[in-house]
Structures are given as structure tokens and as C-alpha cells.
Design a protein around this ligand. Sequence first.
Ligand SMILES: Nc1ncnc2c1ncn2[C@@H]1O[C@H](COP(=O)(O)OP(=O)(O)OP(=O)(O)O)[C@@H](O)[C@H]1O
Length: 258
Amino acid sequence: MRAGGSEAVVDVRGLTFGYDREPVLRDVDLRIGRNDFLAIIGPNGGGKTTLLRLMLGLETPWRGEVTWPTGVRPGHIGFVPQFSTFDKNFPLRLRDAVLMGRLGRGGLLARYGRADHRAVDAILERLHLGHLAFAPIADLSGGQLQRALIARALVGEPRILLLDEPTASVDAETRQVLGQVLEELNRDIPVVVITHDITAFAAQVKQIACVNRELFYHGDGQLSHADLAEAYGCPVELIAHGVPHRVLHDHARDAVGS
Ligand SMILES: Nc1ncnc2c1ncn2[C@@H]1O[C@H](COP(=O)(O)OP(=O)(O)OP(=O)(O)O)[C@@H](O)[C@H]1O
């Protein structure tokens, strides 16, 4: 099934991939449009992170391809990895960790300039982290570190932002700041978020893709219990938290009504 916004920023076609003999993803087609805010949901081990890794070029597909528009380089793709995969004990101050998100912008051997430092200051303020600029990352709370990872991804001014489980084990402040920042960002670039908690982004998400080896895509969040049960292979209440049928707000209707 093909779906997504009209002007594609990334086009995934017929993607099949596995780490050993068994495919983890099979025949996945996905087109992400310029203003999409796509939530990728699905059961544990369903292949969500693998799909992002393929989009990032970190894995090579067995079949199929991922196409980016001409001119998009790896540095244009903002990626926020799963929190648990980041080594917090690496000896680094918050400011320096975020500055590294500007690496390679002026060529491989370029030094950081004033514009880089100004960009870091601005993004730290935006994510309510300015007061922690010189703190070692080992001293940050889970929510602060998650925001730092997002700052590092945003400081490079990406053309698309991919986030893997950004709300897992974070505080209420981080959830709120994250929702605001991602909503603002989505006016200019597409956002793709893997999440087990669709309610955390219910106000921002415009499209949902259910991934469980294959892709089950729903353009506007109109998810029937049957669709979800098919994708999850389990009772829908496990993920829909009792919200019947419509998981997302009706953005078009909200805009008309506001
Ligand atoms: N590097 C790897 N080597 C071998 N198998 C892997 C590797 N990474 C993931 N897998 C396996 O591939 C399958 C898909 O994993 P993936 O992490 O993509 O799923 P996911 O939907 O993101 O899961 P979760 O929601 O638990 O994060 C799982 O069975 C997983 O064990």
C-alpha cells in the first residue's frame, strides 16, 4: 500500500530486509510528504527502528530502495536515537554535545564558527536547557538528556526529523516542550516519530503507520479496531487506550472550528 503527502521528501519502495535469514520488514512502501507528521506505531520487535535505520542508510535493503530528493545529504537528516542507546557516561558537557550536531556543515575539516555557537545558544534556549549549557551530560536527568539529543539533531537545521521513542521515560516538562517544538518545526519540515504512546503526540500527529513486519498505513488517523488488530495481532485496547476508532484529532475540523 502506498500513502503519504503529495510532494515526497522521502520515498520508500518495496523495502525488504532482515538481519539473518528471516525478513524483519517485507515489501514496505512509504512516502513521506513535506508537511507530514507521521507516527510509526506497532508491537515490540515489529521493525520500526529497522525501518528508520534503512531510511538513514545504516542498513542495506535486501530488495527495494529509499530515495531522497536530489541534494539531500545524510547531514540533512535529523535523527534522535532511542534514549537507552546513548552512553550517558561519555565525558562531555551539554553545550559540546549539542555543538557536535553542527559537524561537517562547513566541510569535513572546518572549525566551528560564531554562527555555530549562536545556533547552539538558540536551540538550548528553545528546549529550556540554557541554564545547563556547561553541565556534564552525566549529570542530566532523563528528560534533560532527551531534550539534549533533540537539540543536537535540530542544531544542524535538518530537512526532516526522525525520532525513535522520544517520550519513553521522560518527565512532563519534556513532553510539553517536545510537543511544542515539534509542532513549530513541522510547519517547515516533516517529522517522523516512532512511539508506543500515540497519545503523547495526539495533537501533532497527522498520519499513522502501523509496522509489524509489513506496513499498515492510515493517512489521517482513522484507525478501525480491525485495522489495528490486523497490524498488532493482539487486542486493540493494548495500544488504543480505550479511544474508539479515531485515535487522532481531526486537524481539518479543528482548524475550521477554532
Ligand atoms: N542488530 C540486530 N541484529 C539482529 N537482529 C536485530 C538487530 N536489531 C534488531 N533486530 C531484530 O529485528 C527485529 C525488529 O527489531 P526493531 O528494533 O526494528 O523493532 P521495533 O519495532 O523498533 O521494536 P521496539 O518497539 O521493541 O523498539 C526484532 O526481532 C529484533 O530482535
